[in-house]
Design a protein. Structure first.
Lengths: 405, 405
């Protein structure tokens, strides 16, 4: 009997009616002959409201205690969902992250799963029960409750699926699947039937926030097929799995964007290795994530170094840079009004001219490009924030993504 | 350094201001040179609202899942209180019932504490931290979350105090202590300075609901002194401890009442041992708690058997009795409009004539007495519910309890 892991997000369990809908879908899956493990997030806006409550008490609450507080959100939803499934006559048991064997490191509020000890889950499944596991949370080896950070329930679901060697990990969401672009920007964006792990990783980390990147990484490592689908319909969604590239006909799968960017340029920085190392190791030491990095300039021994950070981390980044500049003569320029638009496709690497086509699309719309970076499966351009929607539309049209993959 | 256990109820942590008040009191106790363990209940009406939420999903939710849900209430309050104490600069850590070593049996929604494993609490105390333990909840040996039933946080606090050999277990509440009678009924009721464990047990189980009876039992067994006091003042409250009866000057300590009574009379039941046994073992098998039992009647081999149950259990009790009656010829009479009024005092057993004085007080007010039962430290009378307040006042006056103990 195959094991299916189903993950339902907060909007899928936001109220009693929705919880009953989820319960019915779970019971239907059992009736189709599967063993079902359900991973569930906190209801609706519970997590936000708990964070708000904490902020009335302390502007800087200890992270361990924040995790203690936040973990109650999923504990409520697993209990309520268990009651709903039980009321349909289906044996069921709910497990907290700790009870479900979700072992993490000790990085409170952004812990990483080290291991899933599936013993209790398997033992409950073997009694004919549906097993509900709290998403987003785990337990450290010092027996403290941890949380995985926003969207962590996806990772819980995939890690559980990997540990149980599940047939598939179904991620239920309020959209029909993964689209070729954000349908709010591109009305003729199409739902993708299949997306490769690497593509999904780029799409996710570039702002197509259907799935947590970490969840896709874990799925890729363990070869867990993910089925992203709607909790409100029975339609097939998007399968995320290893794709045979030889048979791949299209080069670009989708267009992603990320509004949460700020650009920093260090004008006239020395080009020796030491300077670069100093800048980025200092940023890393303060936990600042750096994204696109380009260095340009012909006037060696000095050049212009440009990179992007998230907007929240801009002020930290600027103060780090100020602190390392010392007496050096370069200067810092920054721009918050930028956004990143990317085309993504595993077929891209064997298909020359893809980048050129993207630049053509942008230039036809008079959209300036500040920074370009490329990888084997994507091309990203930093554009003015005021133009990013036009850029997404232009790329989507240019690569004829409305025709499907 | 002496360990003090402080327990705060739901009304003491109902909002941010109140949580900060509790935090300041805890920090003050630390500054006075004590190691402090805090046991805390769910905020205000959280538990009721969780139960209501469950009831929208299922009229009969599995008890294990109800415990999973209810336990989130204390988990929230321990985290919030920890944040508050941390914000005052005092090192602190919160522990769920499971983390705090509160080991219970598996009777979900009314579990009993089997043992407190104080290892983690002691280890955190030794690091100079205040330790906050979630009240009301524990963990069974199958690693399932249990709750102790209403008022269970008192029991948690006393059990933790016993395990840690604490100097005192302070129970903070919204009243100043234990009174000689309910001040809402008897305006000149006085706060008692000292109450014996046995007296408190009678006062608690008779409706003076300041403390959970189970908590008093545990305190008596382990000799833990309990200090019942107000969270809103610095005044001393009531000490509950072993009292040297030889020095005891007063015979009656307080007057208690219980409105939640229903009387059942089996008229003309056979007086042989078999019949009595059958009635009460059948009631026990259905979990019906029987309180006052009297048998009267001269017409052997038949008599009238009267006893009381709680009003909620009346219908269950009547159906149990119906099912065992068979063809026997006795009949059942019941009365829901009754209440129990009791005088309690450890000095009573050495003091004859106390019962007579109580009957005099009631008769002077023309209050009929349906049933009387006595123990070494109390006399209880079942009276019409419409007259129970008059009865409390009459007894309080007769024994001059307004003069204090």
């Amino acid at each position: 009997m195959a094991i299916i892991v189903q993950k339902y997000g907060g909007s899928s369990v936001a109220d009693t009616d929705k919880i009953m809908n989820v319960a019915r879908r779970v019971v239907r899956t059992v009736q189709e002959g599967h063993q079902v493990v359900v991973v569930v997030s906190a209801q609706g806006k519970t997590t936000d409201s708990l964070i708000r409550q904490a902020s009335t008490i302390s502007s800087n609450p200890p992270k361990r205690e924040l995790d203690m507080l936040l973990a109650t959100g999923e504990q409520m939803s697993i209990a309520l969902l268990a009651m709903a499934i039980d009321s349909l006559g289906q044996p069921v048991i709910s497990l907290t992250g700790a009870q479900g064997g979700i072992m993490t490191d000790t990085q409170h509020t952004k812990a990483r799963i080290r291991e899933v000890d599936g013993e209790r889950i398997c033992s409950e499944l073997s009694k004919g029960q549906v097993v509900i596991v709290a998403g987003f949370q785990g337990i450290s080896n010092s027996n403290d409750i941890t949380t995985l950070g926003r969207g962590g329930s996806d990772t819980t679901a995939v890690a559980v699926a990997a540990a149980l060697k599940a047939e598939v990990c179904e991620i239920y969401t309020d959209v029909e699947g993964v689209y070729s672009a954000d349908p709010r920007i591109v009305p003729d964006a199409v739902k993708l039937d299949v997306v490769d792990y690497d593509e999904m990783l780029e799409l996710a980390s570039l702002g197509a926030m259907v799935l947590q990147p970490r969840a896709v990484e874990v799925a890729a490592v363990y070869g867990v097929p993910i089925h992203v689908r709607s909790s409100f319909s029975k339609e097939r969604g998007t399968m995320i799995k290893e794709v045979n590239l030889v048979e791949r006909e299209v080069s670009v799968t989708g267009v992603a964007y990320d509004e949460n960017c700020a650009k920093i340029t260090l004008v006239g920085i020395p080009t020796d290795i030491g300077a670069l190392h100093k800048v980025f190791s200092s940023l890393a030491a303060e936990g600042v994530n750096v994204d696109m990095i380009v260095q340009a300039g012909t006037s060696t021994p000095r050049a212009d170094l440009t990179f992007t950070v998230t907007r929240e981390e801009l002020s930290t980044a600027l103060s780090v840079i100020g602190s390392i500049q010392g007496d050096d003569s370069w200067r810092t320029v920054c721009d918050e009004d930028v956004a990143k638009v990317s085309i993504v496709g595993a077929g891209m690497m064997t298909n020359p001219g893809v980048a050129a086509r993207m630049f053509a699309a942008l230039s036809e719309e008079d959209i300036p490009v500040y920074v370009v970076s490329t990888s084997e499966i994507k091309v990203s351009c930093l554009v003015p924030r005021s133009r990013y929607q036009d850029a997404v539309k232009a790329c989507h049209g240019k690569f004829e993504l409305d025709l499907g993959n």
